[in-house]
Design a protein around this ligand. Structure first.
Ligand code: BTN
Length: 251
């Protein structure tokens, strides 16, 4: 079904039973803008912060999309993260499940993580020449490794199985729309939608400082142009954090 969708819509699809990581395979020169590499199983699926990504074979979607954004400047690369996170969030929402984006780009339903995104950008001069957007979306898996803090899946949320091809097709449609916004420089729309879906935005929440280990309560006030998270501490102090400099603490 996915092969049929690929030939109908004209994008290159690399479909594999097993790969180390779809993000690695997608770097191959034969995959150009809009291509997607999907694997049923990854032996070394990679997550953010050097974590691994585990996914039950044949149950979920683990894939990487190759994106070559038109003239995206390096300092604007967080917009790629926004576009990809919004496409995953759009997909989940389209099934009647309300999702949130946990900064910078985890996809949550309630307090459970339904998808993770690993974006790896290549720069050429001042611009992003190519981006590999790796996505792990939990679709039909209902039992998870107890060591994982808070996993969830579409099936757990809906109490029914999903057709993974349909989930992917919807995602690809949303990705096309979001990439058009990105290429057209419609940053206002991406900003607005990203903030509107930001997990815990404007709520008092516990955090831990990733550098000092200090725990504190604060309220997310904004996400800046470069992707930094702006938090107002209880003391009234406003602090901007880069990725890895702050972590959410789950109550
Ligand atoms: C995270 O939340 O830490 C990011 C997880 C990203 C997982 C996906 S699965 C497909 C692609 N290939 C990988 O090795 N990682 C990403």
């Amino acid at each position: 079904r996915l092969e049929e969708f690929a030939s109908r819509t004209g994008f290159a699809l690399g479909f594999f039973d097993e790969l180390a990581s779809t993000n690695n395979e997608a770097r191959d020169a034969r995959y150009t803008n809009g291509a997607v590499v999907i694997a049923e199983r990854q032996s070394r699926g990679r997550g953010q912060r050097g974590n691994s990504w585990s996914s039950a074979e044949g149950m979920n979607l683990t894939f990487s999309a190759v994106l070559c954004p038109a003239g995206l400047r390096a300092e604007s690369q967080f917009y790629l993260s926004k576009a990809v996170a919004l496409s995953v969030s759009d997909t989940v929402d389209s099934f009647g499940i309300e999702s949130r984006i946990k900064w910078p780009n985890d996809i949550y339903v309630g307090d459970g993580k339904v998808a993770g995104i690993l974006i790896e950008n290549d720069l050429m001069g001042a611009c992003v020449s190519r981006s590999i957007a790796g996505i792990g979306l939990n679709v039909n898996q209902t039992a998870f490794d107890p060591a994982l803090p808070n996993p969830t899946s579409l099936a757990l949320q809906k109490g029914a199985e999903f057709d993974r091809s349909e989930v992917f097709e919807r995602f690809y449609g949303f990705l096309t729309v979001r990439c058009r916004q990105l290429d057209g420089g419609d940053y206002g729309k991406l900003d607005e939608d990203y903030i509107a879906r930001l997990y815990r935005f404007g709520e008092r929440h516990p955090f831990v400082d990733g550098l000092t280990g200090e725990r504190f309560r604060g309220t997310i006030r904004d996400v800046l142009y470069g992707g930094e998270l702006r938090v107002e501490k209880e003391t009234g102090e406003i602090c901007d954090y880069l990725f890895k400099e702050i972590e959410y603490v789950h109550d």
